[in-house]
Design a protein. Sequence first.
Length: 310
Amino acid sequence: MRIDAVVEWFGYQGCLRLENEAGTRVVLSPQAGGRVLEYAQGGVNALYLNPAQRGWRRSAGAPAVNPCGGRFDVGPERVIAPHPDLWLGDWTGELLGAGRARLVSPRDSATGLRLEREFTLAVDSSRLVCTQRMVNEASRPVMCCHWSRTLAVGGGIVLIPLTPNSRFPKNYIMYGPGPVMNFQPEDPHIRIRGRFLEVLGTPANPKLGLDSAAGWFAYLMPSDLLFVKRYPVYPDRVYGEMAGLTISIWYFKDEMCELEPIGPREMLAPGASASFTEEWELLPYRFPGATSGANLEEVERLAEPKKAGT
């Protein structure tokens, strides 16, 4: 039985709620950037929400905010033109039936892009399929890429399966201080165990980048949930971030952790479009103690994309 509805949530009218009997609830807001405000299992929201932003809307003279929740964006970072119409503007939204909803942006005046985000919640599990379609409505070609910027509740442990022959000597880079991209980082809160990179706490600088081609990573949350993201990786395509990243992580204290799959570079001719799909899942998992660490084999079994026929 589906329990989809249009509701008021976090100070916003017209939010779209998808809910199933497995105890999963998703709330989408067309306002302020077309975001996911709630992705919850058993009443526990995995997403970070800033109470000070409750009901915030872009208006003349109002200070801009860095919106909270389950954000998506387009990149490459620091290359694509600023696009507040997409990032902060009001979108439109509609329920499509059978646990599906769509958010559509205005046409962005800076880039000429229009974005469509479609969400499908499984009938019997927490699996949420999120597809972003980038449409070039400009009269010129546009270079862009999918950039997911999901803010999860902080204080957890990031687990990323590494791919052999990384371009980076330490398998990851650390941004900062300033514009530096440090390819030889040393940080007591980051370690490699087995074939995984673990972020166990707040690093010296919050932004990290990786070139993993595994197609998934996981975030262990203090609320005893395992937040998994699965997505395609294209080793033979160009990735447009300056360091060719497929993943970025922004770990800020115990407050929030940004989980960022990055798509390949798209060169969109006028009228052309490209899509990128992520699959999210929330699974029960006892948060490990400071010394024991997660069972990597168990996490991999739970999180790794399932092959056809298995």
